[in-house]
Design a protein around this ligand. Structure first.
Ligand code: FMN
Length: 153
């Protein structure tokens, strides 16, 4: 068996400073996504970014040093604030497949965000890792399934 470096996962939440009601709100969000995808591809990081127009919740997975280095950069980004780590630990395998998949709460995924109580959980500051992970995986499955990809664990 080939040896593998240690994989790490960080989940954090932050308060978005980009204003989605501003005319360039979407552009600002897409700028974050584009840079992140490029850099994560380079660092072999897989990630999901959940956004309900108030809060960001991001799951970052990858080699321990790459995840730490990326998170350090993210923490000094002034497009969000009040960053709070929800989970930071070593993992055996990745759960996500994209360099960065953005899921912004909207009509097409409202049911899932509701089901996992995403915004309510963040407002009450009672954040459950299982709910975050469950929502992110459900959204990923839905997207992949539309492309004819069925992941099994
Ligand atoms: C909510 C949010 C999520 C981000 N996610 C990532 C990410 O997954 N990977 C990444 O490299 N940069 C991410 N960034 C962007 C970084 O903060 C930073 O701007 C970018 O990596 C470029 O860094 P540099 O200007 O030091 O080169 C994110 C920024 C925000 C606001």
């Amino acid at each position: 068996m080939s040896s593998r470096t240690t994989l790490s996962r960080i989940i954090y939440r932050s308060l978005a400073k980009i204003n989605m009601s501003a005319p360039d709100g979407n552009v600002q969000l897409l700028n974050i996504v584009r840079t992140s995808q490029k850099r994560n591809e380079f660092s072999v990081i897989t990630s999901v970014l959940l956004f309900d127009k108030t809060y960001f919740v991001q799951i970052l997975e990858g080699d321990k040093p790459a995840v730490h280095e990326t998170f350090q950069r993210i923490t000094v980004d002034d497009r969000h604030k009040d960053i709070e780590i929800i989970e930071w630990r070593d993992i055996n395998r990745r759960d996500f497949v994209s360099s960065l998949a953005l899921f912004a709460r909207g009509p097409e995924n409202e049911v899932q965000f509701m089901k996992f109580g995403f915004s309510e959980m963040l407002h009450r500051k009672r954040i459950k890792v299982a709910a975050i992970q469950g929502l992110a995986m459900a959204l990923q499955s839905e997207t992949l399934s539309k492309r004819g990809i069925e992941l099994f664990s």
